[in-house]
Design a protein around this ligand. Structure first.
Ligand SMILES: NC(=O)c1ccc[n+]([C@@H]2O[C@H](COP(=O)([O-])OP(=O)(O)OC[C@H]3O[C@@H](n4cnc5c(N)ncnc54)[C@H](OP(=O)(O)O)[C@@H]3O)[C@@H](O)[C@H]2O)c1
Length: 435
């Protein structure tokens, strides 16, 4: 029974995150009572398979259910916590709960990134002072980046956000670079340790990072951009050789989500492997750890580093949302005000290109001519000793150029008879990387 001194929860999902939420609420129940003046009770946990053994203890008065309506139709439940994942049933659950006046706490970045405009539209029709939508766990698990974007940067102007926002791929890149693992070995290890999504394409293809970047762009710049407008490349094309060249240049490779406000006011963004110098703070963020650097007018540079996933870090963020709701905190606009900031589907950067080739006369000359044709200036050329003349590679570092020009250069090079496979390219994170 809901009373003014009680907050009742229905949790959709009793897996990794759901179990962690129940555990923390149980362990800290009396502290939360003192902190909020309310008793926070988990009344129902909705799962797919009620007979499956659970690795957490159900609190007293809490039942396992399998029908969404057991929670949605229960007027005593004040907060619906959605930690079951997916974008179809989860959407129905979240929308229905909000429509019925229940606040929602969710960790579901895929759902938010996909349906953000619809969620916002629904929220405007509700009394959002009482029906709140909270999603701290949706971006970078345990790192409190959503709250910061909602409050700490409101007097500031964000110029750039660049971050390691997918733990699985950062774990893999660390294993490939530091531990000399192959791509397959690294993915296998990441999956065994539970860092990979059920469908690892979401991680290795950069799509999970892109969902998070889209949410951060909405908060930082007030803009809605379709996810598939953001250029997205994962780590599948990376080879050991790219790490060797990165090392020769004095750095490493990280999969980054980057959004930058250009001088003309447009925002450009991409997810891509990036060359990062060893003195960049992001270069030493290893394993499944996440990190985001926010460059802004007032605060200059702020870096958030922490656990981007896992039971307790993610549950911790959900708990913070639940406790904030129990305290009566209100957020009028969970996504900050909208702006007319436009998206620019292009960006400028220094680029690293790796070209595989069958040896023949005139290769460097042809590459030079193609670069000149597209106004791309070459900064340096790197080559390890040639071991197989029919299967070799060299790398080029360009000066700062437009992404669109690099795509043209690569298309022309790929059409040449000596070029083996698709050339690989990645932006270099800092313009001043050479100094
Ligand atoms: N795990 C992380 O580190 C992490 C980090 C950040 C965000 N997230 C997000 O948090 C959410 C949950 O992730 P998770 O790792 O906790 O997933 P999980 O371990 O697979 O747990 C999912 C839970 O939801 C239940 N469920 C799934 N589909 C259902 C359905 N159709 N009807 C009823 N119950 C259903 C499952 O029931 P059964 O147990 O009966 O199968 C399970 O208890 C996802 O949106 C994920 O993206 C997770």
């Amino acid at each position: 029974m809901s009373t003014p001194d009680t907050i009742n929860l229905g949790i959709f999902g009793g897996g990794t995150v759901g179990g962690g939420i129940v555990e923390i609420l149980t362990q800290k129940s009396s502290y939360f009572r003192q902190l909020t003046g309310k008793t926070i009770r988990v009344r129902k946990v909705c799962v797919r398979d009620a007979s499956k053994p659970r690795d957490f203890t159900l609190p007293e008065g809490c039942s396992i259910v399998t029908s969404y309506d057991d929670i949605l139709d229960d007027d005593d439940i004040d907060i619906a916590v959605e930690v079951m994942g997916g974008t179809t049933d989860a959407k129905d659950v979240v929308f229905t709960a909000l429509s019925k006046g229940k606040s929602v706490v969710t960790a579901n970045k895929a759902l938010i990134a996909k349906d953000l405009p619809e969620i916002e539209k629904l929220l405007t029709t509700l009394d959002t002072d009482d029906t709140q939508f909270r999603y701290e766990a949706a971006v970078c698990g345990g790192i409190p980046i959503i709250r910061s974007m909602q409050s700490d940067f409101v007097g500031d102007d964000i110029k750039l956000m660049s971050g390691i926002i997918n733990g699985c791929t950062n774990f893999m890149l660390t294993a490939m670079d530091r531990d000399k693992k192959s791509y397959d070995e690294a993915l296998d290890q990441a999956s065994k340790l539970g860092y990979a999504e059920a469908d690892p394409t979401l991680d290795v293809g950069g799509f999970d990072a892109r969902s998070k970047l889209k949410i951060l762009m909405r908060l930082a710049y007030g803009m809605d951009v379709e996810e598939d407008e953001i250029s997205c490349r994962g780590i599948t094309e990376l080879t050991k050789m790219d790490f060797e060249y990165a090392k020769m240049l004095g750095g490493t490779i990280k999969l980054l989500g980057v959004a930058e406000k250009n001088d003309d006011g447009h925002v450009s963004a991409f997810v891509s492997p990036c060359y990062v110098t060893n003195d960049d703070p992001l270069s030493s963020v290893n394993g499944a750890t996440n990190a985001i650097e926010v460059v802004s007018k007032n605060l200059v540079s702020s870096i958030y580093i922490g656990q981007g996933a896992g039971r307790y870090p993610t549950a911790n963020s959900c708990i913070n949302d639940i406790v904030a709701l129990a305290k009566g905190d209100k957020t009028k606009l969970p996504f900050n005000p909208k702006s007319d900031t436009k998206f620019a589907n292009n960006y400028s950067s220094v680029f690293f290109l790796r070209l595989n080739y069958r040896d023949q006369v005139g290769i460097t000359r042809q590459v030079g001519e193609i670069c000149e044709k597209h106004d791309v200036s070459i900064h340096s050329i790197l080559q390890n000793p040639v071991q197989k003349s029919q299967d070799s590679a060299f790398a080029i570092v360009t000066e700062k150029v437009e992404y669109a020009a690099i795509l043209q250069v690569l298309a022309d090079i790929e059409a040449l008879s000596w070029c083996k496979g698709k050339p690989f390219y990645m932006p270099v994170l800092r313009e001043d990387w050479q100094t």
